[in-house]
Design a protein around this ligand. Structure first.
Ligand code: ZN
Ligand code: FE
Length: 255
């Protein structure tokens, strides 16, 4: 593999990621919930930080940035449309723009819904997408700012990526997501088996992220609005996919 991808637990249930391009030695961190664990990982590996890729403005994704930059100066990338509420950006990007990390290139997706102007970074050479609080393992982010239609359109962009794409999401919410998923998709044997795996992983303290898009497509109810079984459970056989998605999101909010 021409890259390294490291998952770093931060705070109580956040994740940051390090992506390193072998050819150049350049390293990006995706989101900075807190500086300590990220700095420790860089030091332990002898890596020099080059870039910070911010997904959205929430404090639990940016609060460690100033502390991290003090000892690890790096170029900060984030959404142009959110520049007024993000930390100071060195590179402001919009959907379709690219960000270069040595031989790797990230393509920017607008995945609004959790917040407006939440972005994802898709790196085809690494088969990975950094989704933070948009598409999550067995879930999707709560709709603090966007509408269900906006989040559904964001989900569809991510669903169209290659099935072997690694989904690098922002939180360890998977066990509670699994409990909810089973209420709307109770007969899904792939979901039942994944749910058991998640319980076992969490008992050992092992992260449940990243996950594969193929796995999410089989088990994540927020990507399965078209599924006849879920539609039957919800009593929505003739609704649109967007309406089914909205109903699943609403039920999760009250779960
Ligand atoms: Zn958030
Ligand atoms: Fe978050």
């Amino acid at each position: 593999m021409p890259f390294d991808l490291i998952t770093i637990p931060c705070l109580s249930d956040n994740y940051a990621y390090l992506l390193r391009d072998h050819a150049s030695g350049e390293v990006a961190v995706i989101d900075v919930p807190e500086a300590g664990p990220i700095a420790a990982e860089l030091t332990a590996r002898g890596w020099t930080l080059s870039q910070v890729w911010i997904t959205h403005h929430h404090w639990d994704h940016v609060d460690g940035l100033a502390d991290l930059l003090a000892d690890h100066p790096a170029r900060v990338v984030g959404a142009a449309a959110d520049a007024d509420r993000l930390p100071k950006l060195d590179l402001a990007v919009s959907e379709g723009d690219t960000v270069t990390l040595g031989a790797l290139t990230a393509v920017i997706f607008d995945v609004s819904g959790h917040t407006i102007n939440h972005i994802a970074y898709y790196v085809p050479q690494a088969n990975a997408v950094f989704t933070a609080d948009s598409l999550m393992a067995l879930g999707c982010g709560r709709l603090f700012e966007g509408t269900p239609d906006q989040m559904w359109s964001s989900m569809q962009k991510l669903m169209a990526l290659p099935a072997d794409t690694t989904i690098c999401s922002g939180h360890e919410y998977t066990a509670s997501n699994a409990k909810f998923a089973l209420t709307v998709d109770p007969d899904n044997t792939a979901l039942i088996s994944r749910s058991n795996d998640i319980t076992a992983a969490r008992e050992k303290g092992v992260p449940t992220v990243p996950s594969l898009l193929s796995t999410e497509l089989e088990t994540n109810p927020f990507l399965r609005a078209a599924d006849p079984g879920i539609r039957a459970t919800l009593g929505m056989p003739n609704a649109t996919d967007a309406e089914v998605f909205a109903e699943i999101r609403k039920r999760k909010d009250h779960f």
